[in-house]
Design a protein around this ligand. Structure first.
Ligand code: 3UK
Length: 541
């Protein structure tokens, strides 16, 4: 007999009906008491209501510009919005709700409202345009949207092409606070839907650069599992910590680091919309933040201006999204005395699965598998590669890839392992060392060259602010290494600089890896999540 389907509270079975077939699911590991979950589980109850129930309702929970909410206040806000969703907008458990806004306490309240009501939160990056929103709404068959009025334009333009999206409610002063007014009229109580541990509560779209976006489904259990692995074992923050950072809540790096993880330990978080390096430094000083999440380039940029700000409250800094160059780790250490916690995570696995705390941080390496996860490097034969050999990173743990109705599931999950698309090696100490995205390895004159290693070397040169290294087609060598370099103020991008940088790389790493071509640029193309868009560097200017 096939196993009975898991308990569910979803009346709208859209997500469950579109899970990958069982044989394409990753193997899951639930080792230890912290990873045992009941069949009925609502992560909003665990992360938010639990604190109020236990008498901690007056603890500070979330701050923004002009906002300072305790746990009880966030609960009341979320409860009222949940009532608007259910009583006014007809939300049924299992419906998908698009969330649209820059990071703010109100966006956090909306996220909890959706999850309390048994809905599925679908985040959207603030910068998305109408056509990108249409793709997401269509793929996830979104029925409701809660949208910051300042980002209404793209959504309004998308609406005619979104037949499933029946209910849109706007928040923020620019629209007279429509959602806020409706919410204010509601009682501040709400009975959370008793969702199943394996009911989907979140569909996170990948920041993929090509093709139709992929929706990754995450259960209530996945959210709690992510909170039980990396945060207590690697981050080890305290209830009196104040979290802050740049990644949007629509990106699971931000959702975990700036909302789920602080609330899982009763700490507080700062959600501000302006998170460019200078603004983030100001916010750290203003709010006395102690735990910061951002991308490697942001640490690099902040290091240059950190001395103009009082950021003495900071005690832990987390970097993810891209490989952390050794030069950036050193620069931040020299500037602040803080050893960055690097970690690789993915939208598919929800959060970080390989990382190192301050004491185990090794320049140029990501770290070791986070307790709860296993990771191996697979050689071309599909077997575990010997130490020191580059291969494909494969991971399994209590979370794993579940694409919404997508044939690409079979690319990411093979033989029960999640294949992240990264080339890695394991060194003699068992540390995982990032090489490149597998598609970004440069094969030149018979050598395999990883662009990020060349970038790491260039970043050690005092003239280099930022750089991106790619392979470009070449008749003689198949590909040659090309660097696009942003110089620091006061340096000239002339022929002498090209030679100086090439010589510098040759002296820093194996000479065959040096960039035969160097181009200077005022900036580099990046995604909203801080990732370098290499494909755009490859496009002819
Ligand atoms: C790359 C890294 C080297 C790597 C993410 C933390 O980035 C996140 O999710 P995405 O789905 O991208 C995943 C891919 O990004 N990457 C991320 N972190 C690192 N490469 N060192 C790192 N520290 O290619 C990975 O496969 O956008 C990161 C938490 C949650 C996330 N969603």
């Amino acid at each position: 007999m096939p196993p009975a389907p898991p308990y569910s509270a979803h009346l709208d079975t859209f997500a469950r009906d579109r899970l990958p077939p069982p044989q394409e699911l990753p193997e899951l590991l639930f080792e230890g008491p912290a990873l045992q979950f009941p069949d009925v589980l609502n992560c909003a109850t665990e992360l938010l209501d639990r604190w109020v129930e236990r008498g901690n309702g007056e603890r500070l929970c979330v701050q923004g510009h002009g906002v300072r909410w305790t746990y009880a206040e966030l609960q009341r806000q979320a409860n009222r919005i949940a009532r608007v969703l259910v009583e006014d907008l007809g939300l049924v458990p299992g419906n998908r709700v698009l969330l649209r806004g820059a990071n703010s306490p109100m966006l956090a309240a909306c996220w909890f409202a959706v999850v309390k009501a048994g809905g599925i939160a679908v985040g959207s990056m603030p910068l998305l345009r109408a056509r990108e929103l249409v793709a997401i709404v269509d793929k996830a068959q979104v029925s409701h949207a809660l949208c910051d009025a300042r980002l209404a334009d793209a959504l309004t333009q998308a609406l005619p092409a979104c037949p499933t999206l029946r209910q849109v409610s706007m928040f923020g002063a620019d629209f007279g606070g429509e959602l806020e007014a409706r919410a204010a009229a509601k009682p501040a109580t709400f009975d959370n839907v008793a969702t199943g541990a394996q009911d989907t509560c979140l569909i996170a779209f990948t920041s993929g650069t090509t093709g139709v976006p992929k929706g990754t489904m995450h259960f209530h259990r996945d959210v709690m599992a992510a909170c039980a692995c990396w945060p207590p074992h690697v981050l080890r923050a305290r209830p009196d910590d104040v979290f802050i950072g740049s990644p949007p809540l629509a990106f699971t790096f931000g959702l975990g680091g700036l909302l789920l993880f602080p609330l899982s330990i009763g700490a507080s978080t700062v959600l501000v919309e302006k998170t460019a390096p200078e603004a983030l430094l100001q916010a750290i000083a203003q709010f006395g933040a102690s735990v910061c999440f951002t991308a490697p380039t942001s640490y690099r940029a902040m290091a240059a201006m950190a001395r103009q700000h009082d950021i003495s409250s900071l005690r832990k800094c987390v970097s993810a999204g891209e490989a952390l160059p050794a030069a950036t780790r050193q620069l931040w250490l020299d500037t602040t005395g803080i050893q960055i916690i690097d970690g690789i995570g993915s939208t598919e696995l929800l959060h970080i699965f390989i990382s190192a705390d301050e004491a185990h941080a090794r320049p140029g390496a990501t770290g070791v598998p986070v307790p709860g996860y296993r990771a191996v490097v697979l050689g071309e034969d599909g077997l575990e590669a010997p130490r020191g050999q580059v291969g494909r990173l494969a991971v399994k743990g209590p979370t794993g890839c579940k694409y919404l109705d997508d044939a690409r599931q079979a690319n990411y999950v093979q033989g029960g392992w999640n294949l992240t698309g990264d080339a890695y090696l394991v060194d003699d100490d068992g540390q995982f060392v990032y090489q490149a995205r597998t598609d970004d390895m440069i094969v030149s004159g018979g050598y395999n060259i990883a662009g990020p290693e060349v970038e790491g070397a260039l970043l050690l040169h005092p003239a280099v602010a930022e750089c991106g290294v790619i392979g470009v087609p070449d008749d003689a060598r198949g590909m040659v290494v090309k660097a696009v370099v942003v110089l620091r103020p006061g340096f000239e991008g002339d022929a002498a600089m090209v030679t100086a940088l090439q010589d510098f790389v040759k002296q820093t790493i194996a000479p065959y890896k040096y960039p035969r071509r160097i181009e200077f640029s005022a900036s580099l193309p990046r995604t909203e999540t801080g990732k370098l868009q290499r494909f755009r560097l490859r496009e002819p200017a």
